[in-house]
Design a protein around this ligand. Structure first.
Ligand code: GUN
Length: 298
C-alpha cells in the first residue's frame, strides 16, 4: 500500500504570498503605486463572509489597498451596478471582485459583465473567458481556483501534460470550464464529467489527473482512482458529525482523502489545499492588474 503525498496548498500559498508582498513593496518604491482590491459582498451567506474576510486579510498582509463593500441582501440591482461603475472609475482600485453566489433577485451575468475586463481579477468577464478559451493566456485574467489548481499540478507533472489524461468532474463556469481550458492549453487530453455522465467512476479511473469540483462530500473514492494519479480536490462541503453525543461541523472535500491516499501519487487536503491557493491567485491577479495599469508587464 502506498501513501500519496499530501499537496500542501497552504505552504505553497504562503510562499507565493511572500513573493507578492515583496513585489508590492518594490512597485510602491519604484512606481509609486499600491495594488488596490475591492471586494463586494451582498447578503449574509455565512460561507461567503468567511471567504471575503480571508481575502481581505490576505490582501492587507500583501500590502495592498483593500476595501470591502457590504450590501444588504435586498440591495437593488441598480445600486450594485452604480457601485461597480464607481469602482471601475476609481484609479486606486485595480481589481474588483463580487462574491458569488448572489441573492436570487440579482442578475449575476449583468453584474459580472459590468466589471471592466482590465479590473476583472476573478476572470469572469466574457473578454477574459474568450482569451482563456482561445488559448491567449498571456493576456487573460484566469479564474483564481483553476489557476491555483494548475500550479499545484505543475509541481508534480510539469507544465507540459502531453500524453496525460485529465478528468474534470464538474462543469461550472467558475471552476470546471476554465479548468478544462487550462488543462487543454497544457496539452492534456481532457474529459469534462458532470451529473449526467454515465459510469463516472469508470471515466475517472482512466485519468492521470483528477479535478473534483462537484460539491458532494467524499464522493470520489480510492477505487475510482488510477494508481499514481494526481488528485486535486476543489470541494468545500460542511458536514455534521456526532462525537460523544455532541454535533460538530467540519469541512470536507469531494474526495475521500483516506482511500484516495492509498492509490494516488499526490492529493490535496481540505482544508489546506486548493482554498489558500485560490486566495493567493486573487492577489497575483490584482498585482498584475496594478502593473498593467501603469504599462508594466503583468
Ligand atoms: N464564490 C466561490 N468562489 C468564488 C470565486 O472564485 N469568486 C467569486 N467572486 N465568488 C466565488
Amino acid at each position: 500500500m502506498t501513501t500519496a503525498e499530501r499537496i500542501d496548498g497552504k505552504a505553497k500559498a504562503a510562499s507565493m504570498s511572500n513573493g507578492i508582498k515583496e513585489e508590492t513593496a518594490a512597485l510602491l518604491e519604484e512606481h509609486g503605486i499600491t495594488p488596490g482590491l475591492a471586494v463586494v459582498i451582498i447578503g449574509e451567506d455565512p460561507a461567503s463572509q468567511v471567504y471575503v474576510r480571508n481575502k481581505k486579510r490576505t490582501a492587507e498582509s500583501c500590502g495592498f489597498h483593500s476595501v470591502q463593500h457590504t450590501l444588504a441582501s435586498d440591495a437593488a440591482q441598480d445600486d450594485v451596478l452604480d457601485l461597480i461603475e464607481n469602482l471601475n472609475n476609481d484609479p486606486a482600485i485595480h481589481g474588483i471582485l463580487v462574491q458569488l453566489p448572489l441573492p436570487k433577485h440579482l442578475d449575476e451575468q449583468t453584474i459580472t459583465q459590468s466589471i471592466l475586463p482590465t479590473k476583472d481579477v476573478d476572470g469572469f468577464h466574457f473578454v477574459n473567458i474568450g482569451k482563456l478559451t482561445s488559448g491567449n493566456l498571456a493576456d487573460a485574467f484566469v479564474p483564481c481556483t483553476p489557476a491555483g489548481c494548475m500550479l499545484m499540478i505543475e509541481d508534480y507533472l510539469g507544465t507540459d501534460l502531453s500524453g496525460l489524461g485529465a478528468v474534470v468532474v464538474g462543469r461550472s463556469n467558475i471552476v470546471g470550464k476554465p479548468m478544462a481550458s487550462l488543462l487543454l492549453k497544457a496539452n492534456a487530453t481532457v474529459t469534462v464529467c458532470h451529473s449526467r455522465t454515465k459510469d463516472l467512476a469508470g471515466v475517472v479511473r482512466q485519468a492521470d489527473v483528477v479535478i473534483a469540483a462537484v460539491g458532494r462530500a467524499n464522493m470520489i473514492e480510492g477505487s475510482w482512482v488510477k494508481p499514481g494519479a494526481v488528485v486535486i480536490d476543489v470541494g468545500i462541503n460542511r458536514v455534521e458529525t456526532t462525537v460523544d453525543g455532541e454535533t460538530k461541523s467540519r469541512l470536507t472535500g469531494d474526495v475521500d482523502f483516506e482511500s484516495v491516499s492509498e492509490v494516488a501519487r499526490a492529493v490535496t487536503p481540505v482544508p489546506g489545499g486548493v482554498g489558500p491557493m485560490t486566495i493567493v491567485m486573487l492577489m497575483a491577479n490584482t498585482l498584475r492588474a496594478a502593473k498593467l495599469s501603469v504599462g508594466l508587464d503583468g
